[in-house]
Design a protein around this ligand. Sequence first.
Ligand code: OGA
Ligand code: NI
Length: 362
Amino acid sequence: MAEAADSLPPAEVLLSKRVQEMVINQEEPPHLYICRKSGEAADEEQEENVSSDPLSQIPLIDLSILSSSSSPSSERDRELQKLGLALSSWGCFLATGHGIPSSFLDEIVRVAREFFEQPMEEKRKLEKGVEEFEGYGADPVPAKGQPLDWSDRLFLDVYPEERRKPKFWPENPPSFRDVLEEYTVKMRMMTEAVSKAMAKSLGLQEDCFLIQFGEKAPLQARFNYYSRCPRPDLILGLKPHADGSGYTIILQDVEGLQVLKGDKWFTVPTIPGALLVLMADQMEVMTNGVFKSPVHRVLSSSERDRLSVAVFYTPEPNKEIGPEEALITEERPKAYKTVKDYADVHWDYYQQGLRAIHLAKV
Ligand code: OGA
Ligand code: NI
């Protein structure tokens, strides 16, 4: 820490290096990753804000009850009501009964881990430029003063097919591509089921969100590898943010993700076979603020590394989306404008550690 600030490596240099490499080489985490306070005072402050209330937990929704015509209608109504409540209070839920076998979820985690566990030369074949999005690496350089994330990632456009850039798709492990293609098909089915269920929970036409997103609404997959971190008290795996997509579906192999509700952080539990469905800013707009796009973050851990796969579901480029007419009422006047390509402005704000949702407000 004796070095003068101007002799420390700038973000561009750090971001051309992988966190996993620094950990293997047992390097001290560079200053730009540090984003939390240390010491007792900070501990107290941070601890206090993490909920330990066992009765207040992220809701679990069984999608099979909602999509099957064989479940009794009273049971379906109850589950729909639970869904609406989950999204208006938490902005997320853990989905079971989504029809994707647990063994397949294990498979995608396995191939993703195998990818990250390869030697650096193999992964470098898919390396992105520091300022690019797609490929293997880290997010582009954030605004000055913003911390870097203790993670490495592989970011890929997966749907529609014409957006895929095969040069970034791993050839190793050999099953990676097939597994990701299959996961994409399953994510398409799941977004259809979830979009319909959300509409029904609000008493809307079941296709209304699907129409707003559009037939070719893009899906992007981000494989996040959170290496062990020697200073979890000072460094986050992923800084607090809300997503700029419509909504995001997250698979995780161990805990680490936390969602903010009120002024408290809640840890997303790892439930075998469950997927987290997390509202993002564009669903908040489409529901006229009924559903919340929650702030979330990932802690780092000194004990174990963590893998997650986040799939972002975003309205088609150049397509206007806005609050559903039926959700604009006297008690709830129109609170959001119509927006287009919101994810792009969201990104500019994200890089400054800010939210962009105010731009969409009336
Ligand atoms: C994200 C995100 C959570 C996770 O990629 O936007 O919030 O658990 N990921 O990796
Ligand atoms: Ni996120």
